[in-house]
Every structure is written in C-alpha cells, then in structure tokens.
Design a protein around this ligand. Structure first.
Ligand code: SF4
Length: 286
C-alpha cells in the first residue's frame, strides 16, 4: 500500500467573524419564528450552505415586491442599499439585519465624507452587493473603480473620500490608491479591507512554502475565495478551486506528497470536514 498524502490546513479557514455572526442571527430568527425568512439573493456565497438553509425555511427572492406586510427579510452580512431598507420599513416588512459591523463602519465613513462634500470613490467590484450597498450611502456622488487603469482615468475631482470593498486585495488597492493620490489634491483614504481576508491570504502564501499545491475550497461565486485562488495562480503556486468533494480528481495530486487546504470566508466547516475526509483516502502516486 502507498503512503497517504499529507494534508496541511491553513491557519485561517471556515466562516469569518461576520459570516458566523450572520448565521447565528439567522438561526435565532428560525428558532423564534414559525415562518419562512427571505433574503434578496443568496444569504451567503456558498450554494451548499444556501441549500441547507433553504430546506429549513430561508428562501432567496429577487425583489422585495415578492414580499407582503408582516414577512421577515434577512439583510445579508455584506449589507444592502439603504433604499431597500427604507422601502421594507414603509411596507411593514420585518428585518433581521446581519450586516457585518465592519461593513457598517464603511457606511458610516461614506456618510461622514459625503457630508464633507467629498466625492466618494469605492475601490471594489461594482456588481458586488456590498459595493452597491456602500454606494447607496452616498447616493449619486459615487465612483466605483477596480483597477489602476480606471484610477488613471479619473479627472476633475478636487476633494475625495476613498473606501475599499472589505474583500479586495491589498496589493491592488495600494497600487490604485497611489494613482489616486497623484490625481486628487485633497484625498482621505479609509483602509476598510477586512483583516479576515488579509489573514487568509497571508496564511495561504505561508502554507504554500510547505506544500506542493493548494486546494482552495469555497463557493464559486464567493469573491474572496476566487481572489484567494487567483492569488495562488498569480504567485505561480499550483492550485485547484473546488466547491465540494465531487470535483476532486486524484490525477491533480500525481507527484505531490503534501497538499495545503485553504478556504474563503463563507465555506462551512462541514464542507471542510468532507474535503479532509476525502483527501485522507488519497495515496501518494509511486
Ligand atoms: S469578510 Fe470581514 S467584512 Fe466580510 S463578513 Fe467577514 S468579517 Fe465581515
């Protein structure tokens, strides 16, 4: 019998503080309400966790128009546009607000800087719900950029306030901020990248020094998991990205004796457990 492949798990895996907190508020909501709970879109960027919640009464919807007075809606950990909250209150829809305190802090920075007549620049992905929610805090006075090239196109702004999507890469945002600082005289930057993602990225790079390849586990639509995987590729680290054990192909590990396991911030512990159990059966190829 061959030797088993050694698996080393990153120091930081599983739910981050904000996702843990959100899941516990949702559990409380399910315990205290004999009804369904609704969320606009998936409550967490992990399809398996979403399926699990759905079977227990957490229903994704696409618009608040699907709700009626008295229904309960979950505001997800990355927050929503404040107009949606106002509309829910107007319509008598109850809310379970799981917005992560770190995202709420960005909302406060934006409101404060918009109050000082600064143009708000958000460094992040314009399609991400967190970024849309942040942009909603300053209404029309917002520019969203996600690259050095986009920063280089900014013109005619004298006074700006900058915040960063919590899961954005620090290297990229530093490069973008350097360009903005050259182009805008009065600029205030709040570094709002969340430590949870920074620590994961640092821990994964460290882990890569000890292993032959990194297996990144998480939702394919999870921005921080995708970025973690991309970071491995950018550093020429052999890596694979999976959501569940069914995607694992033993041929990936040929010639390797040590595999590192890293995850995004919305990967449930039970999926990590399944992946570890599956990998524990894997033998080193001769
Ligand atoms: S990644 Fe950070 S900001 Fe986002 S939910 Fe987790 S703790 Fe909150």
């Amino acid at each position: 019998m061959g030797r088993k492949i050694k698996i080393i798990t990153s120091l930081h895996t599983g739910y981050c503080f904000g996702v843990k907190r959100a899941m516990s508020l949702i559990e409380d909501g399910l315990d205290h309400c004999d009804c369904s709970l609704y969320s606009i879109g998936a409550v967490i960027h992990n399809p398996q966790a979403v399926q699990n919640l759905e079977s227990r009464g957490v229903i994704p919807i696409s618009s608040i128009n699907e709700l009626k007075t008295g229904d309960t809606m979950i505001i997800r950990a990355h927050g929503v546009d404040p107009e949606i909250i106002e509309e829910c209150v107007k319509r008598g829809i109850k809310l379970i607000d799981t917005t992560c305190p770190f995202v709420k802090r960005i909302h406060e920075y934006v409101k404060q800087m918009a109050g000082e007549s600064r143009s708000i620049i958000i460094i992040g992905d314009a399609k991400h719900p967190e970024v849309r929610g942040i942009a909603g805090m300053a209404r029309d006075n917002t520019i969203i950029i996600d690259s050095v090239e986009a920063a280089g196109r900014i013109e005619g702004i004298e006074k700006a306030g900058v915040v960063i999507q919590t899961t954005f890469s620090r290297e990229e945002s530093n490069a973008i901020i350097s360009v903005l600082e050259e182009r805008i005289d009065d600029i205030r930057v709040h570094d709002t990248i969340c430590e949870a993602t920074t620590l994961r990225r640092e821990a994964t790079l460290k882990l890569a020094e000890e292993v032959d390849m990194i297996l990144v586990v998480g939702g394919k639509d999870s921005s921080n998991t995708r970025r973690l995987y991309q970071m491995c590729l950018d550093h020429d680290i052999p890596a694979r990205f999976i959501e569940t054990t069914s995607e694992i192909d033993d041929s990936w590990f040929e010639g390797f004796s040590k595999i590192g396991l890293a995850t995004g911030t919305s990967t449930p512990d039970w999926i990590i457990g399944e992946v570890l159990a599956r990998l524990s059966e894997t033998q080193e190829s001769p």
